[in-house]
Write a protein that binds this ligand. Structure first.
Ligand code: DC
Length: 253
Protein backbone atom coordinates (compact mmCIF):
# COMPACT_ATOMS: atom_id res chain seq x y z
CA UNK A 1 0.00 0.00 0.00
CA UNK A 2 1.38 3.39 -0.82
CA UNK A 3 -0.66 5.26 1.77
CA UNK A 4 0.92 5.31 5.18
CA UNK A 5 0.62 7.32 8.33
CA UNK A 6 4.39 7.15 8.91
CA UNK A 7 5.55 7.74 12.44
CA UNK A 8 4.61 6.02 15.64
CA UNK A 9 3.47 2.80 14.05
CA UNK A 10 2.83 -0.02 16.51
CA UNK A 11 3.06 -3.22 14.49
CA UNK A 12 2.50 -5.35 17.56
CA UNK A 13 -1.11 -6.42 17.12
CA UNK A 14 -2.32 -3.80 19.55
CA UNK A 15 -0.42 -4.56 22.76
CA UNK A 16 1.14 -1.21 23.73
CA UNK A 17 -1.32 1.38 22.41
CA UNK A 18 -4.95 0.65 23.31
CA UNK A 19 -6.93 -0.97 20.53
CA UNK A 20 -10.62 -1.85 20.40
CA UNK A 21 -11.66 -4.30 17.70
CA UNK A 22 -15.20 -4.56 16.38
CA UNK A 23 -15.91 -7.53 14.14
CA UNK A 24 -19.08 -8.98 12.76
CA UNK A 25 -21.01 -9.63 9.57
CA UNK A 26 -22.06 -6.88 7.16
CA UNK A 27 -24.85 -4.55 8.17
CA UNK A 28 -24.61 -4.85 11.94
CA UNK A 29 -23.63 -1.20 12.39
CA UNK A 30 -19.96 -1.89 13.11
CA UNK A 31 -18.83 1.14 11.14
CA UNK A 32 -21.22 3.51 12.87
CA UNK A 33 -20.27 2.12 16.27
CA UNK A 34 -16.53 2.29 15.53
CA UNK A 35 -16.71 5.90 14.33
CA UNK A 36 -18.82 6.94 17.30
CA UNK A 37 -16.54 5.27 19.82
CA UNK A 38 -13.45 6.77 18.20
CA UNK A 39 -15.02 10.23 18.28
CA UNK A 40 -15.99 9.77 21.90
CA UNK A 41 -12.55 8.60 22.95
CA UNK A 42 -10.58 10.90 20.62
CA UNK A 43 -8.90 7.83 19.10
CA UNK A 44 -8.12 6.89 15.51
CA UNK A 45 -10.59 4.81 13.54
CA UNK A 46 -9.86 2.15 10.93
CA UNK A 47 -12.60 0.96 8.56
CA UNK A 48 -10.83 -2.13 7.23
CA UNK A 49 -13.75 -3.08 4.98
CA UNK A 50 -13.03 0.09 2.99
CA UNK A 51 -9.66 -1.37 1.99
CA UNK A 52 -11.30 -4.41 0.43
CA UNK A 53 -14.02 -2.29 -1.16
CA UNK A 54 -11.47 0.08 -2.72
CA UNK A 55 -9.46 -2.88 -3.95
CA UNK A 56 -12.55 -4.42 -5.56
CA UNK A 57 -13.36 -1.11 -7.27
CA UNK A 58 -9.76 -0.57 -8.38
CA UNK A 59 -9.66 -4.09 -9.82
CA UNK A 60 -12.83 -3.36 -11.80
CA UNK A 61 -11.29 -0.18 -13.18
CA UNK A 62 -8.07 -1.94 -14.16
CA UNK A 63 -9.90 -4.88 -15.71
CA UNK A 64 -8.45 -7.36 -13.19
CA UNK A 65 -10.42 -10.56 -12.69
CA UNK A 66 -11.62 -10.91 -9.08
CA UNK A 67 -10.33 -14.50 -9.09
CA UNK A 68 -6.81 -13.48 -10.16
CA UNK A 69 -5.09 -13.63 -6.78
CA UNK A 70 -1.59 -12.69 -7.95
CA UNK A 71 -2.72 -9.62 -9.88
CA UNK A 72 -4.99 -8.53 -7.01
CA UNK A 73 -2.19 -8.89 -4.47
CA UNK A 74 0.04 -6.74 -6.69
CA UNK A 75 -2.69 -4.12 -6.89
CA UNK A 76 -3.22 -4.28 -3.09
CA UNK A 77 0.49 -3.74 -2.46
CA UNK A 78 0.39 -0.47 -4.40
CA UNK A 79 -3.11 0.71 -3.62
CA UNK A 80 -3.21 4.50 -3.30
CA UNK A 81 -5.94 4.61 -0.69
CA UNK A 82 -6.64 7.62 1.49
CA UNK A 83 -9.16 8.63 4.14
CA UNK A 84 -10.16 12.25 4.62
CA UNK A 85 -13.07 13.78 6.50
CA UNK A 86 -15.17 10.62 6.35
CA UNK A 87 -14.47 10.13 2.64
CA UNK A 88 -12.53 7.30 1.03
CA UNK A 89 -10.08 8.25 -1.71
CA UNK A 90 -8.44 6.21 -4.46
CA UNK A 91 -5.35 7.88 -5.95
CA UNK A 92 -6.67 11.13 -4.50
CA UNK A 93 -10.13 10.77 -6.06
CA UNK A 94 -13.12 10.83 -3.70
CA UNK A 95 -15.03 7.60 -4.35
CA UNK A 96 -18.21 9.08 -2.87
CA UNK A 97 -21.12 6.66 -2.44
CA UNK A 98 -19.60 4.21 -4.93
CA UNK A 99 -17.74 2.61 -2.06
CA UNK A 100 -20.95 1.79 -0.18
CA UNK A 101 -22.87 0.11 -3.00
CA UNK A 102 -23.81 -3.59 -2.89
CA UNK A 103 -21.61 -4.12 -5.94
CA UNK A 104 -18.60 -2.74 -4.08
CA UNK A 105 -19.46 -4.89 -1.03
CA UNK A 106 -19.75 -8.01 -3.13
CA UNK A 107 -16.48 -7.29 -4.97
CA UNK A 108 -14.82 -6.66 -1.59
CA UNK A 109 -16.04 -9.98 -0.28
CA UNK A 110 -14.64 -11.72 -3.36
CA UNK A 111 -11.18 -10.12 -3.29
CA UNK A 112 -11.03 -10.74 0.47
CA UNK A 113 -10.99 -14.53 0.07
CA UNK A 114 -7.46 -14.51 -1.36
CA UNK A 115 -4.69 -15.16 1.18
CA UNK A 116 -2.11 -13.13 -0.82
CA UNK A 117 -4.44 -10.14 -0.89
CA UNK A 118 -5.00 -10.32 2.87
CA UNK A 119 -1.26 -10.64 3.47
CA UNK A 120 -0.59 -7.58 1.28
CA UNK A 121 -2.98 -5.49 3.37
CA UNK A 122 -1.88 -6.71 6.81
CA UNK A 123 1.07 -4.42 7.55
CA UNK A 124 -0.73 -1.33 6.42
CA UNK A 125 -3.59 -2.08 8.81
CA UNK A 126 -1.21 -2.68 11.71
CA UNK A 127 0.55 0.59 11.07
CA UNK A 128 -2.69 2.43 11.84
CA UNK A 129 -2.17 1.78 15.55
CA UNK A 130 -1.13 5.13 16.95
CA UNK A 131 -1.53 6.88 20.30
CA UNK A 132 -3.86 7.69 21.88
CA UNK A 133 -5.63 4.57 20.54
CA UNK A 134 -7.38 2.88 17.65
CA UNK A 135 -10.87 1.53 17.09
CA UNK A 136 -10.79 -0.92 14.16
CA UNK A 137 -13.78 -2.57 12.52
CA UNK A 138 -13.93 -5.50 10.11
CA UNK A 139 -14.02 -9.29 10.09
CA UNK A 140 -10.62 -10.35 11.42
CA UNK A 141 -9.59 -7.38 13.54
CA UNK A 142 -9.73 -9.29 16.83
CA UNK A 143 -8.82 -12.74 15.54
CA UNK A 144 -5.81 -11.79 13.45
CA UNK A 145 -4.87 -8.20 12.65
CA UNK A 146 -4.96 -6.88 16.22
CA UNK A 147 -4.97 -10.17 18.05
CA UNK A 148 -3.54 -8.57 21.20
CA UNK A 149 -6.22 -5.87 21.44
CA UNK A 150 -7.46 -5.53 24.99
CA UNK A 151 -11.11 -5.10 24.09
CA UNK A 152 -12.70 -7.16 21.34
CA UNK A 153 -16.34 -6.84 20.39
CA UNK A 154 -18.30 -9.16 18.10
CA UNK A 155 -21.41 -7.41 16.82
CA UNK A 156 -24.10 -9.60 15.31
CA UNK A 157 -27.74 -9.31 14.15
CA UNK A 158 -30.09 -11.56 12.21
CA UNK A 159 -29.68 -11.57 8.41
CA UNK A 160 -33.28 -10.40 7.97
CA UNK A 161 -32.78 -7.43 10.29
CA UNK A 162 -29.51 -6.45 8.62
CA UNK A 163 -31.05 -6.64 5.16
CA UNK A 164 -33.96 -4.48 6.31
CA UNK A 165 -31.61 -1.84 7.74
CA UNK A 166 -29.64 -1.83 4.51
CA UNK A 167 -32.85 -1.60 2.49
CA UNK A 168 -33.92 1.52 4.40
CA UNK A 169 -30.48 3.12 4.00
CA UNK A 170 -30.38 2.46 0.27
CA UNK A 171 -33.95 3.64 -0.33
CA UNK A 172 -33.13 6.85 1.52
CA UNK A 173 -30.17 7.39 -0.78
CA UNK A 174 -32.41 6.91 -3.80
CA UNK A 175 -31.12 3.46 -4.82
CA UNK A 176 -33.69 1.10 -6.30
CA UNK A 177 -33.55 -2.11 -4.23
CA UNK A 178 -35.54 -5.28 -3.71
CA UNK A 179 -35.73 -6.57 -0.12
CA UNK A 180 -35.86 -10.35 -0.79
CA UNK A 181 -32.85 -10.02 -3.12
CA UNK A 182 -31.06 -8.02 -0.43
CA UNK A 183 -31.74 -10.72 2.19
CA UNK A 184 -30.33 -13.31 -0.20
CA UNK A 185 -27.26 -11.12 -0.92
CA UNK A 186 -26.65 -10.66 2.82
CA UNK A 187 -26.83 -14.44 3.36
CA UNK A 188 -24.47 -15.13 0.47
CA UNK A 189 -21.94 -12.57 1.67
CA UNK A 190 -22.12 -13.97 5.21
CA UNK A 191 -21.49 -17.46 3.89
CA UNK A 192 -18.49 -16.33 1.86
CA UNK A 193 -17.01 -14.37 4.78
CA UNK A 194 -17.62 -17.18 7.29
CA UNK A 195 -16.61 -20.15 5.16
CA UNK A 196 -13.40 -18.90 3.59
CA UNK A 197 -10.31 -20.79 4.71
CA UNK A 198 -8.25 -17.67 5.49
CA UNK A 199 -9.31 -15.27 8.26
CA UNK A 200 -12.93 -16.44 8.32
CA UNK A 201 -15.44 -14.29 10.12
CA UNK A 202 -15.78 -15.52 13.69
CA UNK A 203 -15.72 -14.05 17.18
CA UNK A 204 -12.24 -13.81 18.70
CA UNK A 205 -11.57 -15.67 21.93
CA UNK A 206 -12.67 -13.45 24.79
CA UNK A 207 -14.72 -11.14 22.56
CA UNK A 208 -17.76 -9.45 24.05
CA UNK A 209 -20.75 -10.66 22.03
CA UNK A 210 -23.44 -8.09 21.29
CA UNK A 211 -26.55 -9.08 19.33
CA UNK A 212 -27.99 -5.85 17.98
CA UNK A 213 -31.08 -7.38 16.34
CA UNK A 214 -33.44 -5.75 18.82
CA UNK A 215 -31.17 -2.90 19.92
CA UNK A 216 -30.98 0.70 18.74
CA UNK A 217 -27.63 2.18 17.71
CA UNK A 218 -27.67 4.15 20.99
CA UNK A 219 -28.24 0.97 23.02
CA UNK A 220 -25.32 -0.73 21.28
CA UNK A 221 -23.08 2.28 21.88
CA UNK A 222 -23.94 2.40 25.59
CA UNK A 223 -23.46 -1.35 25.95
CA UNK A 224 -20.00 -1.22 24.40
CA UNK A 225 -19.09 1.91 26.35
CA UNK A 226 -19.68 -0.08 29.56
CA UNK A 227 -16.99 -2.48 28.38
CA UNK A 228 -14.67 0.37 27.46
CA UNK A 229 -15.04 1.75 30.98
CA UNK A 230 -14.31 -1.68 32.42
CA UNK A 231 -11.25 -2.39 30.27
CA UNK A 232 -9.76 1.10 29.98
CA UNK A 233 -10.73 2.94 33.17
CA UNK A 234 -7.74 5.31 32.92
CA UNK A 235 -8.42 6.18 29.32
CA UNK A 236 -11.95 6.90 30.24
CA UNK A 237 -11.03 9.44 32.88
CA UNK A 238 -8.81 11.13 30.36
CA UNK A 239 -11.72 11.37 27.92
CA UNK A 240 -14.02 12.78 30.56
CA UNK A 241 -11.41 15.44 31.32
CA UNK A 242 -11.04 16.30 27.66
CA UNK A 243 -14.55 16.96 26.46
CA UNK A 244 -13.13 18.23 23.16
CA UNK A 245 -11.90 14.78 22.10
CA UNK A 246 -13.02 14.48 18.49
CA UNK A 247 -12.49 11.19 16.63
CA UNK A 248 -9.42 10.89 14.47
CA UNK A 249 -9.34 9.02 11.22
CA UNK A 250 -6.51 6.73 10.27
CA UNK A 251 -5.40 9.36 7.78
CA UNK A 252 -2.36 8.56 5.69
CA UNK A 253 0.49 10.98 5.17
O1 DC B 1 -17.30 -4.28 6.44
P1 DC B 1 -17.65 -4.17 4.95
O2 DC B 1 -19.06 -4.55 4.62
O3 DC B 1 -17.25 -2.84 4.40
O4 DC B 1 -16.69 -5.26 4.25
C1 DC B 1 -16.80 -5.58 2.88
C2 DC B 1 -16.22 -6.96 2.63
O5 DC B 1 -14.82 -6.93 2.86
C3 DC B 1 -16.75 -8.06 3.50
O6 DC B 1 -17.81 -8.76 2.90
C4 DC B 1 -15.58 -8.96 3.73
C5 DC B 1 -14.38 -8.12 3.48
N1 DC B 1 -13.65 -7.78 4.71
C6 DC B 1 -12.75 -8.71 5.17
O7 DC B 1 -12.64 -9.79 4.62
N2 DC B 1 -11.99 -8.41 6.25
C7 DC B 1 -12.12 -7.25 6.90
N3 DC B 1 -11.35 -7.00 7.95
C8 DC B 1 -13.06 -6.29 6.45
C9 DC B 1 -13.82 -6.60 5.35
Amino acid sequence: MTADNGAEAQPDGGAAVPVITIDGPSGTGKGTLAARLAAHLGWYCLDSGALYRVLGLAAGRDGIDLDDETALAGLAANLGIGFAAGRVLLEGEDLGDLIRTETAGLAASRVAVHPMVRAALLDWQRRQVRPPGLVADGRDMGTLVFSRARLKVFLDASAQERAERRYKQLMKKGFNVNLPLLVEAVRQRDARDRDRPVAPLRAAAGAVLVDSTAMSADDVFERVLEEVRRVFPDQFHQVAADANGGGLEAVPG
